[in-house]
Design a protein around this ligand. Structure first.
Ligand code: 5AD
Ligand code: SF4
Length: 474
């Protein structure tokens, strides 16, 4: 792909609306003939950005007259929104699509679409073209707004529509969104990434950084707050560099400060931050704010300066821990979480031990830890790799240490009363009601389903490694 970025014009969006109307007319006719609507199933793999994109896919499918279902076997349209961050995610997408082949055997009318990060890569496009003939539609992250056009073409011409030469990265506004939740929402602040960390595929599959206009973001957040949304997360691969691509005279901290001025009872989160751009100004704005959650997700990746350099992360541990210390100084109640990769090529036992001591020093509330997965086309994939056995052994040691730190971080919460946004009955523990604290910690408590979507005060009785347990404060 080339590095062009562009805002999709209103007339292009209007054109897509025309295609939506055409597909809708066909689906209305089908419903009238058969007494039921055709259904669409969207499967999402990967990160929050993908979840947000899927809400747009569902929004468009709904406008096109489909009923959204969570049962692939009853669908007439299946879209798999893929992820490319690790090999596991790619394998999963391919195996799921393989299963959908059997549904298509029973219902040949079924249209199977693949989109998202995995299917922007040339080797994957070729793979799907030749080895997955039952995939009808294929389009990348920059063509999501063209879903109606591509689907209409497939339905009309009865042939596969596989995009393979997407030449630009776009920002598209005014697309229908079908939000999964009535109280938690994603709002994209920017798309893409310019950092080229040597292990990461994202800059290749999501393109260069491009920010949405501040007015659009403010209007979207205001509308959500007015509708009663309680928890709004601003998304971007690297939200801290918001505005730089537009040459704006305001930055991410200014955007947050402006959003914080919106009246209402809600919390604002953001992710993900790159330590090289996490400014003191941003932390000061958070500390002084009314609505910005005291939660910082700050991926460290490694505690070894040599590995950080090889990863092209542009900071060392000293700079990193300086930010953590400043967050704690300004917001002693802040929850700090991080991402760690183990088994990056060149990581020695000493490097790994540096990561362990960095965890002991930083004392994260929680980490997301990953075994390094080579990504075709990234510099680290060309380096000498570490044996799988060493990687998984280090991974286990990392988890054991972090588990004890998480437990130590949660114990002092016993006896405290925390404000929790209730998510209703737990899917895993049917007897408990669940929710999340301002910092995103899972809480199980008594209470009832009617509390879903509201803030409740919970007195914490037990702080465990992965969750807190408590009772509604009377
Ligand atoms: N292998 C393992 N983990 C990775 N991540 C990104 N690329 C890779 C890779 N190739 C992790 C990083 C990032 C998180 C979203 O995924 O830790 O912060
Ligand atoms: Fe990937 Fe690094 Fe960009 Fe994050 S900052 S998306 S890890 S390249």
């Amino acid at each position: 792909m080339q590095d062009k970025t562009r805002t999709v014009s209103l007339s292009e969006i209007e054109e897509q609306k025309g295609y939506m109307a055409a597909v809708r007319a066909d689906n209305e006719w089908f419903a009238a003939e058969n007494g039921f609507r055709r259904k669409a199933f969207v499967l999402t793999l990967g990160c929050q950005q993908n979840q947000s994109d899927s809400e747009k896919l569902c929004g468009m499918a709904e406008q096109m007259g489909y009923e959204i279902t969570d049962k692939p076997e009853e669908a007439y349209l299946i879209a798999v929104n893929t992820c490319a961050i690790r090999e596991h995610a790619e394998k999963r997408a391919l195996s799921l699509v393989g299963q959908y082949k059997h549904i298509k055997a029973k219902r040949p009318e079924l249209v199977i679409a693949m989109c998202g990060c995995m299917v922007v890569q040339e080797h994957r496009i070729n793979d799907i073209k030749h080895r997955y003939p039952y995939v009808d539609l294929l389009f990348g992250t920059s063509s999501i707004h063209r879903f109606p056009e591509l689907l209409a073409e497939k339905l009309k011409c009865k042939r596969r529509v596989l995009l393979s030469d997407e030449k630009e990265y776009v920002v598209a506004e005014d697309m229908p969104i079908r939000r999964e939740s009535t109280y938690r929402a994603w709002v994209s602040a920017m798309y893409g990434c310019n950092n080229f960390c040597s292990y990461c595929i994202v800059p290749y599959v999501r393109g260069r950084e491009r920010s949405r206009r501040k007015e659009e973001i403010v209007a979207e957040v205001r509308e959500l707050v007015e509708k009663g949304y309680k928890d709004i997360t601003l998304l971007g691969q690297n939200v801290n560099s918001y505005g730089k691509d537009m040459g704006a005279d305001y930055d991410f901290a200014d955007l947050l400060a402006e959003l914080d001025g919106i009246e209402g009872d809600y919390l604002l989160h953001f992710m993900t931050s790159h330590p090289k751009d996490a400014s003191r100004k941003l932390i000061d704005v958070m500390a002084d704010s009314k609505h910005i959650a005291h939660h910082f997700h700050l991926p460290m990746q490694s505690g070894s300066d040599a590995v950080l350099k090889a990863m092209n992360r542009k900071y060392d541990f000293e700079r990193y821990i300086g930010i953590v210390d400043y967050i704690r100084e300004k917001m002693p109640d802040a929850t700090i979480t991080s991402d760690i990769i183990v088994g990056f090529p060149s990581e020695t036992e000493e490097d790994f031990e540096a990561t362990l001591s960095a965890l002991s020093r930083a004392r994260f509330d929680m980490i997301f830890s990953f075994i390094y997965s080579p990504r075709k086309g990234t510099p680290a994939a060309e380096m000498e790799q570490i044996p799988d056995k060493v990687k998984s052994e280090r991974f286990e040691r990392l988890l054991a240490l972090q588990n004890s730190i998480s437990l130590e971080a949660n114990k002092p919460l016993e006896g405290k009363t925390l404000r929790v946004l209730c998510d209703g009955r737990s899917k895993n523990k049917a007897e408990a009601i669940t929710g999340r604290t301002e910092g995103g910690k899972i809480v199980f408590f008594d209470g009832d389903q009617s509390m879903e979507g509201s803030f409740v005060d919970v007195e914490i009785e037990r702080g465990d490694t992965f969750a807190l347990y408590g009772k509604i404060k009377k």
